[in-house]
Design a binder for this molecule. Structure first.
Ligand code: M3L
Ligand code: AKG
Length: 430
């Protein structure tokens, strides 16, 4: 489970697995965000004169990190004074160890050596990743030691179509490992398909509850809807829906959203997924000023389509791009241009910079290279992180029945941590 161990002794052969299928909590542990898909595998460093055993490495890492935060190193292990630091060059990641040694990893090498199940065949021990599709300029967005080592969250684009994260229903429902693997994929990619799900309400609802209880809302609990305007929202029509995140009108938008298309006789209606963190990164690189505007200007939102509902968040308006105040890393996107209320609290300058910035955001959002279109089908359940992944829908004709649910962010993250960390690790994360 542990992927990164601090290099303490010169020439110590330690393995760093910068795997990105680590448990990563955006609020507690900083991630390394790569621009496109990036998974990395074991990295051997130097020749060993003394091989630290597994527990020593792990204990040292945890204590190094504790020291960074609590100045209370474990008495069993002498802790060097300097914390690990990681710096990013245009083509390399540098890990600066406590003993003043520096390890250099080429970004393309890191990506090419991923050992996750999508990139490496663990039985045949052969590489599955297409080396020649790795962008030459791939690089991390940021990097820092995490609780379980240096963690990398994968960003993706339309190419995810070649190998979308997918698990099997039976595995998820029958085994703890199956559930844990599902949750880790949702954490790593921001979405995951579950194949082999009986196209029925009962089984789909049970699947959602495998993670946690379903979140009730003014749309109900486990929803089962068609284009009958049962609720005053365009989701209940045949209209196309542009890329958005749900619940921008809730103070606490739902963390996960599950869809299972169980009936469809008609045309169109395919689903759109976009990695919002990848879009945000591209915006930051190309239009840093626009990124700053969308990270600061607050946008009022509402849900008022039902006669007995007027939902607005507290405070009334949030930025579209929201950052963790401790780490300044993006942790939540709140974007639904249709659910945006009147902009009546902005200055004239803010109005101009908002529209200029949102146009730049949209220009990247609608770029085909960032859009993953997929036709949902009975038996294949989609679940996605509503704080990161934008979704949408093509317009359609005919009968289309979609069932699904919202799950709370905190309860999802709780299940992820409980299913991936030992009791001791949980203790150490508190
Ligand atoms: C409940 N169900 C998913 C069917 C519809 C939700 C309506 C989506 C709403 N416009 C939003 O963006 O939050
Ligand atoms: O009908 C769909 O495929 C998705 C509808 C939607 O975007 C939503 O309910 O938020």
């Amino acid at each position: 489970m542990f992927r990164a161990f601090p290099r303490v002794y010169a020439n110590t052969n330690i393995s760093i697995n910068l795997s990105n299928n680590l448990l990563s909590s955006r609020n507690v542990i900083r991630n390394v965000l790569f621009r496109s898909i990036s998974h990395v595998g074991n990295i051997g460093l130097g020749k060993t004169s003394r091989k630290m055993n597994f527990n020593e490495k792990r204990k040292l890492l945890v204590n190094v990190l504790k020291r960074n935060f609590t100045e209370s190193p474990d008495p069993e292990v002498t802790i060097p004074s300097k914390p690990i630091t990681i710096s990013i060059e245009s083509h390399k990641l540098l890990i600066n160890w406590q003993d003043n040694q520096t390890s250099k990893f080429h970004n393309i090498w890191l990506r090419d050596h991923c050992k996750c199940e999508n990139c490496y065949h663990h039985k045949t021990k052969q590489r599955l990743v297409d080396t020649f599709k790795i962008p030459e300029d791939i690089k991390p967005l940021s990097a820092s030691p995490g609780l379980n080592g240096i963690e990398i969250t994968s960003l993706w684009d339309a190419r995810i179509e070649d190998c979308p994260p997918t698990v099997q229903y039976e595995d998820v429902m029958q085994t703890k490992e199956g559930l844990s693997n599902w949750l880790k994929k949702i954490d790593k990619y921001g979405f995951c398909f579950v194949d082999g799900v009986p196209p029925k309400v009962k089984e789909t609802e049970e699947l959602a509850k495998r993670i946690c209880f379903i979140r009730e809302s003014h749309y109900g609990g486990f929803w089962d809807f068609t284009s009958n305007l049962a609720h005053g929202d365009t989701a209940y029509t045949t209209l196309a829906l542009k890329a958005h995140t749900d619940n921008t009108y809730f103070t606490d938008p739902s963390g996960l959203q599950m869809f299972h298309l169980i009936e469809f006789e008609g045309k169109g209606g395919s689903s759109l997924l976009i990695d919002g963190f990848s879009i945000a990164r591209k915006l930051k690189m190309k239009y840093p000023e626009a990124y700053k505007v969308l990270s600061t200007i607050r946008i009022p939102t509402h849900s008022a389509g039902d006669s007995d509902v007027l939902i607005q968040p507290t405070p009334l308006a949030y930025p579209i791009l929201n950052h963790n105040p401790l780490t300044n890393e993006i942790y939540q996107i709140r974007y639904n241009n249709d659910d945006r209320s009147t902009l009546n609290r902005l200055t004239s300058e803010e109005i101009e910079s908002f529209y200029d910035s949102i146009r730049k955001w949209n220009k990247i959002l609608v770029d085909k290279e960032n859009e993953y279109w997929v036709q949902l089908e009975p038996g294949r359940v989609l679940i996605f992180d509503n704080w990161r992944v934008l979704h949408g829908r093509a317009g359609f004709t005919g009968h289309r029945r979609l069932i699904g649910a919202y799950l709370n962010w905190d309860d999802y993250r709780s299940k992820l941590k409980i299913s991936c960390l030992s009791r001791q690790e949980i203790e150490e994360a508190l």
